[in-house]
Ligand binder design. Structure first.
Ligand SMILES: CC(C)(COP(=O)(O)OP(=O)(O)OC[C@H]1O[C@@H](n2cnc3c(N)ncnc32)[C@H](O)[C@@H]1OP(=O)(O)O)[C@@H](O)C(=O)NCCC(=O)NCCS
Length: 186
C-alpha cells in the first residue's frame, strides 16, 4: 500500500476513444462488449492506481446501454473510486458519447465495477482509505454503501427463487407465456 489515505482525485481516470468501424455489430452500432471491455480497462487503471496494487474485477453492476453508440462517436469514459472497503473498491464509470459533427453529447450509461486488490501472492490486500473532499464524493460513497446492502438482499432473493421454486405449483403461470409444453421421454 502506498499511503494510508488517498483523495478520490488521485486516481480519477479518463479515457477518450474514437469508435471505429471494426467495433460495430451487424446493425452498424457499437458492440456492447467493446464498451464493456474499455470500461473494464479504465476501472482497472483507476482501482490499481488507488490501491497501489494489481486489482481484479469481481462484479459489474448497472450495465444498461440505453442509447446506442454510433461509429464515428467520440466516447469518454470517466472513472472514479466511489467507495472502498478493506480490500475491495467500487469504481463508478460514466460513459458519454459525442457526435463529432454536431457536438451533441449523450450520457449512455453509468456502471459500477467492484474490484479487489491483490498482493504478490494473489491474496486480497488492504487498500488505502478514501479522502472525500466534495459533497458529490460523500454522496457517491453513501450510494455505494446503499447499493451494497440492496445487492445482499437481491442475491438472497435471487438464490431463493431457484431453491424455493415448486414447479407443480407454478406451472399454470406458463399458460400466459409465449411457450408450449411438450414433454418428451429422454
Ligand atoms: C473475488 C475474490 C478476490 C474473493 O476472494 P476471497 O479470498 O473469497 O476474499 P474475501 O472473501 O476476503 O473477499 C475479499 C473482498 O472481496 C469482496 N467480495 C467478494 N465477493 C464479492 C462479491 N460477489 N461482490 C462484491 N464483493 C465481493 C469482499 O466483500 C471483500 O471485500 P472487503 O475486503 O472490502 O470487505 C476471488 O474470488 C477472486 O480472485 N476471484 C477472481 C476474480 C478475477 O480473476 N476476475 C477477473 C475476471 S475473470
Amino acid at each position: 500500500m502506498i499511503a494510508d489515505i488517498l483523495p478520490v482525485r488521485y486516481s480519477q481516470t479518463e479515457l477518450v476513444e474514437l469508435m471505429i468501424p471494426a467495433y460495430a455489430n451487424f446493425g452498424g452500432k457499437i458492440h456492447g462488449g467493446i464498451l464493456l471491455s474499455i470500461m473494464d480497462k479504465v476501472a482497472y487503471a483507476c482501482a490499481s492506481k488507488h490501491a497501489g496494487a494489481y486489482c481484479v474485477t469481481v462484479t459489474v453492476d448497472n450495465v444498461e446501454f440505453l442509447s446506442p453508440v454510433e461509429v464515428g462517436d467520440l466516447v469518454r469514459f470517466a472513472a472514479s473510486v466511489n467507495y472502498v472497503g478493506k480490500t475491495s473498491l467500487v469504481v463508478g464509470i460514466k460513459v458519454t458519447a459525442e457526435n463529432i459533427k454536431t457536438g451533441e453529447q449523450r450520457h449512455t450509461n453509468t456502471s459500477y465495477f467492484t474490484m479487489v486488490a491483490k498482493d504478490e501472492t494473489g491474496k486480497p490486500t488492504l487498500v488505502p482509505r478514501l479522502l472525500l473532499e466534495t459533497e458529490d464524493e460523500i454522496r457517491r460513497f453513501l450510494e455505494a454503501m446503499k447499493r451494497k446492502e440492496l445487492k445482499k438482499e437481491y442475491l438472497r432473493l435471487f438464490h431463493d427463487a431457484k431453491t424455493e421454486l415448486n414447479i407443480a405449483d407454478e406451472i399454470q403461470k406458463l399458460s400466459q407465456e409465449r411457450c408450449v409444453i411438450a414433454l418428451r421421454n429422454w
